[in-house]
Design a protein around this ligand. Structure first.
Ligand code: K7E
Ligand code: CUA
Ligand code: CA
Length: 648
């Protein structure tokens, strides 16, 4: 197929495909896709109904088919059934897209276990929702309070996931975050300078000393010009721990998706706008775009030799000035996914507008094959047995094919195709980014869920499907909805995290200890050091003046996993959650004089509702009571004299 022909075909099918009525139901093909088997099955079934006697053979045939389908459904159900109280085998961490977060699912049950709050406030877990909190300050310091997460990346040691870190990008605001897998909580967020549309993210292998991210949207590096002539894109190398940008490589054009070679030499990016065009028509003008290979040791050498320009405090290596730092490998126009095979031998660029995947030798940087796989190839993943699985957006399929057979140029490389529902973006097999994929499960991250779930208005959740890839033939065994909108996923075996995920937080130096609670006043600044444990806040009351600046340090002194407490201050806009051992901080200004209860927001014990206290705000000039001790005696005394209590 000539590039232009394939493009015309695809252009007409891309926008039409998802919209063409009628919406198919699960098991049927999306309109515009190829119908396999279903029509025949329906025809046979209809005939059987009309003429039961004459076509008795057909009838029993259809019954047999129904029985077979029922048996298949039952065995699929069994495969994903995880009994109550039993644990899943894998964690699947899905990027949350414009949810700004990441979702943790158990596989194979497809049960949602946690949402990791990253680039967006989550009041429920007290994340970045109070301007005085550390999480708020860290997020706000790098940009807006929302994000668009695309690519979750797990840290590796010796070619295997080590369970220490998850990195993820925010395409919307050019940030990268690090999640600590001991707690599944965000540990760091940094803004990447000189970049717009921070999209492709990967860890530099095998050392993982950098994570690197590429800008998809072209700007001038300094970010203050409107002149397209000056536009460049950069690939930024960040210290994997601090997320500080160590250096960047800049070039004209763009980069889309990133992937690392396995031997510490090259990292790769797909580039769909080598035209450096500003219109979508212009971005598809050239017949070929490129995969860029960055020679990292060479870039490091140039850095050491001072061959760079400093822009916004970051050393930027211009590719023209360091020969060999960026090699462009021509591939069919507008490629998308970029994936390195587990053995590190090849880089695969998925064609998107071309029905091919380009196989590039990761050492020589030569194209060795360009097998046709189907319409709209976006991303490719691996089973560790030499097979690749490519998502086909337009065909709504995952295609399984053999890499070496394709390299040899034969026509027998396609092994299997399976329909997914619908319009798959990323696909990812367990452990696929490592040198040792496990080859059992694959997730298909589908963009459209039409007809898959109960209708909830014009907007629907995304649809993910779990595919058993342990055999020769693939088998879709489950579908589950997820909130908008996962782009990519990683799957890590629970054994890796078994001894890593902690039961309780380590007490920080700032932790408030039981018995050491106090209120420290300094002018109009009031520091409140508070503890909580079932089922009490200490202090249970404290007094301030109107307009005082309150800083709350709250430690959950529980030592039992899962015993989370929260604190909400009525009408003060404050809600924090504190997990066992954790210290959360927030700051706010005391409003009008009066009584403001604070109460526990996580149902923690039979005395959860009683777990509350009072912030007493007094007018300026009125003396404050320093009393912090037990209030039970006062309560008793009040009861003895209280009038109007209906129960007395
Ligand atoms: Cu293909 Cu952002 Cu990875 Cu979406 S990108 S699908
Ligand atoms: Cu503590 Cu509810
Ligand atoms: Ca292009």
């Amino acid at each position: 197929m000539k590039p232009n022909q394939s493009f015309t075909t695809l252009c007409s099918s891309l926008p039409m495909h998802p919209l063409t009525p009628p919406s198919p139901r699960p098991g049927e093909r999306a309109a515009g896709g190829r119908v396999r088997g279903n029509r025949m099955r329906h025809l046979g079934f209809a005939l059987a109904l009309l003429t039961p006697l004459t076509f008795a053979g057909c009838n029993s045939d259809s019954t047999a088919k129904q029985q077979k389908a029922a048996a298949q459904a039952a065995s699929a159900a069994q495969q994903v059934y995880v009994a109550p109280g039993k644990l899943d085998e894998y964690y699947a961490i899905l990027s949350g897209g414009q949810s700004g977060s990441a979702f943790v699912y158990g596989i194979p049950s497809c049960r949602l276990i946690k949402e990791i709050a990253i680039f967006e406030p989550r009041a429920g877990v007290g994340y970045a929702n109070n301007p005085g909190s550390e999480s708020y300050k860290r997020l706000a310091a790098t940009g807006p309070m929302w994000g668009d997460t695309h690519h979750p990346v797990l840290s590796q040691t010796d070619g295997r996931y080590d369970g220490h870190w998850l990195w993820i990008n925010d395409k919307g605001n050019d940030r990268v975050a690090k999640v600590d897998l001991r707690t599944f909580e965000t540990a760091e967020i940094k803004l990447v300078p000189n970049i717009q549309g921070a999209h492709g993210l990967a860890a530099y292998l095998p050392s993982c000393k950098y994570v690197f991210v590429n800008g998809e949207l072209e700007t001038d590096a300094a970010g203050n010009s409107t002149d397209a002539e000056k536009y460049r894109s950069v690939i930024a190398f960040l210290d994997a721990q601090t997320l500080e940008t160590k250096f960047q490589v800049s070039f004209v054009g763009n980069a889309d998706i990133a992937s690392s070679g396995k031997d510490g030499r090259y990292v790769f990016v797909t580039m769909y706008n080598t035209e450096n065009a500003m219109s979508s028509e212009g971005m598809i003008e050239r017949d070929r775009d490129a995969v860029g290979a960055i020679d990292v040791p060479l870039a490091e050498k140039a850095l050491a030799e001072g061959r760079f320009t400093k822009i916004n405090g970051v050393p930027v290596i211009e590719y023209e000035k360091v020969s060999g730092v960026l090699t462009l490998i021509p591939v069919p126009k507008n490629p998308h996914g970029c994936n390195v095979t587990p053995d590190g031998k090849y880089v695969l660029a998925s064609g998107k507008l071309s029905p091919t995947v380009t196989i590039i030798d990761a050492k020589t940087l030569k194209v060795v094959a360009e097998p046709e796989v189907g319409l709209g190839p976006l991303h490719t993943t691996f089973d560790g047995r030499g097979n690749a699985y490519t998502s086909l957006f337009v065909d709504s399929q995952i295609v399984k094919w053999n890499i070496e057979k394709a390299v040899k140029g034969g026509t027998d490389y396609i092994i299997d195709r399976v329909d997914v529902h619908y319009n798959v973006g990323h696909t990812k097999a367990a452990g696929a980014d490592t040198s040792y994929p496990s080859g059992d499960w694959l997730i298909s991250l589908n963009k459209l869920s039409k007809g898959m779930f109960l209708p909830v208005g014009p907007g629907m959740p995304e649809s993910q499907e779990l595919v058993d890839i342990s055999g020769e033939k693939m088998r879709v065994v489950a579908a589950f909805p997820s909130l908008p909108e996962p782009h990519d996923a990683v799957m890590i075996h629970r054994k890796v995290l078994e001894n890593i995920v902690v039961q309780t937080h380590e007490l920080q130096p700032t932790a408030v200890k039981l018995g050491e609670e106090k209120v420290v006043r300094n002018g109009n600044k009031v520091d409140v050091y508070m503890t909580c444990i079932r089922s009490k806040f200490v202090p249970e009351q404290f007094e301030v003046h109107e307009g005082d600046e309150i800083k709350l340090h709250l430690t959950n002194v529980e030592t039992v996993r899962d015993m989370t407490h929260g604190i909400a201050f009525s009408r003060m806009g404050i809600n924090l959650a504190v997990d066992p051992g954790q210290t959360s901080e927030t700051a706010f200004v005391a409003g009008k004089p009066g009584t403001y209860w604070y109460y526990c927001t996580w149902f923690c014990s039979a005395l959860h509702l009683e777990m509350r206290g009072r912030l007493l705000v007094k007018p300026q000039g009125v003396p404050l009571n320093e009393y912090l001790g037990p209030l039970a005696k006062e309560d008793k005394a009040r009861r003895a004299t209280q009038k109007g209590n209906v129960y007395e």
